[in-house]
Design a protein around this ligand. Sequence first.
Ligand code: HEM
Length: 325
Amino acid sequence: MSSITGFNFNLSFRHLYIQFPAQSRRKIEYGCTCTAVRPVLCSTSSSVSHSDENHVSTSYSRRLMTFMITFLLPLPKSIQLSGADAYAAADDLVLVQEEIRKVLSKSKAAGVLRLVFHDAGTYEMDDDSGGMNGSISFELDRPENKGLKKSLKILVEAKKMVDEKQPVSMADMIAVAGAEAVSLCGGPKIPVRLGRLDSMVPDPEGKLPEETLDASGLKQSFQRKGFSTQELVALSGAHTLGSKGFGNPVIFNNAYYKVLLEKPWLSSAGMTSMVGLPSDRALVDDDECLRWISKYADDQDLFFEDFKNAYIKLVNSGAKWRRDS
Ligand code: HEM
């Protein structure tokens, strides 16, 4: 058995076992056929029959040597460590999720999900400014971020616990916490990649869409951030959580779209006139948005799938990544 960069190589007759650091075993075929993964392994003369067992035994040491040269001599770092990094990233994600789950509850989920939009939603494609970079920490006194201090506070607490074992950025914490909030409330499970870097300065001001925008203004705002109308409608479904009157405030489902179609704000009866923000109501008045609202109202699975994909895009918006991520 040989060991290099944390991997253990165990050579048996036809298989190479690589013991990855995370105790996972991978089996790689390296048989002597010319179609082997690395043809260089079969460097013996073609005049020798491949069906000849002697060929296998007499060329074994040569192939072993070739294998050693091919696999064990220094490779570019990115190749050498790619498997190890993948496992390390998976371990880190579990650690981040565990610490977030300790501080998150259903009643805190809406605030945490809103935090994601207020950190990432500052992104502007044209000058590549803003985005998912943890800069919300410096922006809590802005009027649009009113009420978000307590949501960030619980993540700061969780981050301290993670940092003791493995440093993590605030941007990663927020991205993972939003996904945890969605799944805790019954929404889709969203895979979040780690490795975002934090900004040390606040993002430019005035980049989040205002709640008074009409559908055309919302579409333009989202377009500047790289999102389609469909993604605008899918992401707005986050408002199903919280206190704006779209069903149960701690259940993530497609009630937002069902309620939008009923336009309860047109009724003068009781609290129904209070349902939704102007920006939510504006979506139903736009034909293109309305088509997506109807689809999501009919098909929760489709909403979950589209929300998941748009969320992944949101938390990667404008992110700057660690070189090894
Ligand atoms: C389309 C443009 C959007 C506008 C104009 C907007 C604006 C707002 C406003 C004004 C509130 C109410 C805050 C309060 O109760 O004081 C709110 C709540 C919320 N927003 Fe948005 N938002 C938008 C998109 C999004 C997106 C894309 C997400 C996440 C993916 C999101 C997540 C939330 C959540 C979860 C709440 C409820 C917070 C709570 O009740 O604690 N919003 N939003």
